[in-house]
Design a protein. Structure first.
Length: 215
């Protein structure tokens, strides 16, 4: 299946966010891949995950949650869960206004603090997203109430050698009441830089969305 790729600008929080949409009329669903900034959408590790999702037949929207100016001057925004929550909600609102996208089964994939923001958004409006996936994320930063309220199936992928990830992911997992799974990738650090680890993480994420997004 050959996807059509379109660069898009998404209004959010008084700023413009960069995105790359890959779409085909016959897809089983749309996966939103949340990235730090738009400047590296084509070269980031998230792009590897996006390619795996496209190869599995999913439409994808790869979005940077920081504006170009923030990437240069205010990178700390990437760690502000409340701000990221507002921006993810705006991205989903944009999708809801696109005739070709709004009725597709939706999945969301995130990392770092964006995982917590993704959970907060889904906990408020769980019907829009059918499944969520986190790669090297911090779901614990969402807070106990959103974790307990989340009804959307959630996959937590963390690296065995991550200095921070495994314990917070397990703590968050224990507070979840939704369908959930935790996958610890052997030999992987936080960024999944080790040989084969990003491929394994991507495989788990693809399988998760294939399980929960109806054909």
């Amino acid at each position: 299946m050959r996807m059509r790729h379109t660069e898009v600008g998404l209004p959010a929080d008084g700023r413009w966010l960069d995105g790359i949409l890959a779409h085909h009329p016959h897809v089983p669903g749309l996966i939103v891949q949340l990235e730090r900034g738009g400047g590296a959408l084509k070269t980031s590790r998230g792009a590897f995950v996006v390619d795996a999702l496209k190869n599995a037949g999913f439409a994808t929207l790869h979005v940077g949650l920081l504006s170009h100016d923030e990437e240069r001057k205010a990178p700390e925004v990437w760690h502000q869960v409340a701000t990221l929550t507002t921006r993810i909600a705006a991205v989903l609102e944009w999708i809801d206004h696109q005739p070709a996208l709004k009725d597709l089964p939706l999945g969301i994939s995130a990392r770092d603090a964006a995982t917590a923001a993704m959970i907060r958004v889904a906990a408020k409006d769980g019907a829009q997203a059918k499944a969520l996936a986190s790669r090297g994320g911090r779901p614990d930063l969402a807070g106990l109430e959103p974790l307990a309220a989340l009804a959307t199936p959630l996959l937590l992928v963390t690296g065995e050698l991550d200095d921070v990830g495994p314990i917070p992911n397990q703590q968050a997992y224990d507070h979840l009441k939704c369908e959930r799974e935790i996958a610890v990738i052997r030999g992987a650090s936080h960024a999944f830089e080790e040989l084969g680890t990003l491929e394994e993480a991507s495989r788990r994420i693809v399988a998760w969305f294939q399980r929960w997004l109806p054909d």
